[in-house]
Design a protein around this ligand. Structure first.
Ligand code: SF4
Length: 136
């Protein structure tokens, strides 16, 4: 993983929860489609398990964490490994704006789920562009 000035967008792993799936899909969509020139995503497992390249990739680098729930696994791990966290997103907070929505399951999103993922990705994009613009 490079220290190339790109903002690192790091979702939690959340394998058994729909909010974790939404965090991963939002981070992937942002980094691969919305702003591939300004951001990249990373696998939290490498960071948690102490992979040297992953740790070097986030140390003192601008990071945005995307967590599914209040456990905030990504924010805690990235912070503990020296990532410069510029913003912390939590899918649960965004779901509160969509009361009654049925986003899907831990393995498959519904149309509601994909729509909310798109909304999260747009918020991430705006945050990334702010970070790049302000050089923070
Ligand atoms: S933040 Fe919540 S959903 Fe994500 S990995 Fe941790 S416990 Fe799972």
């Amino acid at each position: 993983m490079s220290t190339n000035g790109k903002v690192k967008v790091i979702p939690c792993s959340g394998m058994g929860k729909v909010y974790g799936l939404m965090a991963r899909e939002a981070a992937l969509h942002t980094a691969s489609c919305l702003c591939p020139g300004q951001a990249e995503t990373m696998c939290l497992a490498y960071i948690v398990t102490g992979d040297a390249a992953a740790e070097a990739g986030i140390a003192n680098q601008p990071c945005i964490t995307v967590d599914g729930c209040p456990a905030m696994c990504s924010a805690k791990s990235v912070g503990a490994k020296g990532g410069d966290i510029k913003a912390e997103f939590k899918v649960l907070d965004i779901m509160k704006l969509h009361k009654g929505a049925k986003p899907g399951t831990a393995t498959e999103l519904t149309a509601d789920g994909w729509s909310i993922v798109d909304e999260i990705a747009v918020k991430l994009e705006a945050c990334i562009l702010d970070i790049q613009r302000e050089g923070r």
